[in-house]
Design a protein around this ligand. Sequence first.
Ligand code: CTP
Length: 133
Amino acid sequence: MKKVLTFGVFDYLHYGHLKLFERASKFGDYLIVAVQVDEEIHKTKPNAKVLYNFKQRSEFVNEIKFVNEVIAYHQVDEDIKKIDFDVFVVGGDQKHGGIQRAIKWCKQNNKEVVRLKRTEGISSTIIKEKILK
Ligand code: CTP
């Protein structure tokens, strides 16, 4: 079984996330989504105002039919070493140091890396700024 892995915060789940899961799931047979724990988010998103806590964000992700498993992570470059997977799906905007180190580790450890473009015009930040004001 080919396992696909992707990482993110997934606050205020939206259409861009749904499309990411749908597209990511097609690279294998089993999609694992790693959701970042609350206390680490500010390290990669210093200005984030997170609406839902880890448990709530995980519950939303777990309801998506393309997702087979939801796990917690702290930092992508450390946690990726402990997970059993074959394909690492990276979002179009995921370019920070931790992701770069994770990609390097994948290449050294025979894991496939796929970068997917973002769905345009939608983000958790846009929703929070425009709709929840
Ligand atoms: N994503 C996507 N298309 C969007 C928004 C997000 O494909 N329109 C992907 C990101 O590239 C990443 C994953 O969804 O792989 C998780 O993104 P996350 O940062 O949780 O969502 P954003 O909406 O980008 O959140 P924020 O506005 O806080 O940056």
